[in-house]
Design a protein around this ligand. Structure first.
Ligand code: SF4
Length: 239
């Protein structure tokens, strides 16, 4: 069984294929919570914090996710769209890596699509050279424990000629030395392109963090990535 939280046609807003028309398949469930990203939501009276995909992360929302018991369910959705780029995102979609349904979906999509998997880079996988891995390792600003958010073997397993890193950075953490953590990743994987992206689940927060991230990118020769979806549609979901 795998869970699909939502799907939608939009523009890829981040990373190497920014601006490309893409079909997003967002799978439910994550092995991290990233409360440090500070997006607030309430379950009853309880205030919780996570990332802007909290509704695909927190198991409370599982009742809203679609149960996928056959690969055809996903392939039929994809067949409705005349689109080249398919983005598999979450949550953490690699939680399903060993699931035969997930593998069949990937195999079929690879016949005619460019497939990008957006991952936090903590789950070790087998070799799969055609897939683009947009690896977004979480840094200390996610408030996840290092042991939970860093897995060298997993990061190694995700490296191929299409892979790239995408780091979420904010102004305050950069002032407190967060950039050093990005430089450590560069030392470990010098061949892998690094995109630096401002934290911000809405236009205002994105604006607040953009200049510091842009300056950090210039100083270190990294690639700045905007979040087009937030810049254009602000907090709207399903875009
Ligand atoms: S790893 Fe990604 S999807 Fe999971 S909680 Fe952190 S930011 Fe959200």
């Amino acid at each position: 069984m795998i869970y699909l939280s939502e799907y939608f046609l939009s523009l890829q807003g981040e990373g190497a294929f920014s601006g490309h028309r893409s079909l997003f398949l967002r799978f439910g469930g994550c092995n991290l919570e990233c409360s440090g990203f500070g997006v607030p939501y309430k379950i009853g009276d309880e205030q919780r914090y996570s990332c802007d995909s909290f509704y695909s992360v927190d198991r409370y929302f599982q009742k809203e996710w679609k149960k996928v018991e056959r690969p055809e369910t996903i392939l039929e959705i994809v067949s409705r769209y005349d689109v080249y780029d398919v983005v598999i995102t979450g949550g953490e979609p690699l939680l399903y890596w060993k699931n035969p349904i997930f593998q069949t979906i990937l195999k079929e999509l690879h016949k005619s699509k460019r497939v990008t998997i957006e991952t936090n880079g903590t789950i070790e996988i087998g070799h799969f050279s055609n897939t683009v891995f947009a690896i977004s390792p979480k840094l200390s600003n996610s408030k996840e424990k290092f042991q939970k958010r860093f897995n060298f073997k997993a990061l190694q397993s995700l490296q191929n000629r299409n892979s790239f890193f995408k780091f979420v950075l904010d102004k305050k953490s950069l002032q407190n030395g967060l950039g050093e953590e990005v430089l450590e990743y560069q030392k470990l994987f010098p061949e892998t392109p690094i995109y630096c992206m401002p934290l911000g689940e809405n236009r205002q927060k994105l604006e607040e963090n953009s200049e510091a991230v842009a300056n950090f990118s210039i100083q270190n020769g990294f690639i700045f990535s905007d979040r087009i979806q937030v810049r254009i549609w602000d907090k709207k979901r399903g875009i």
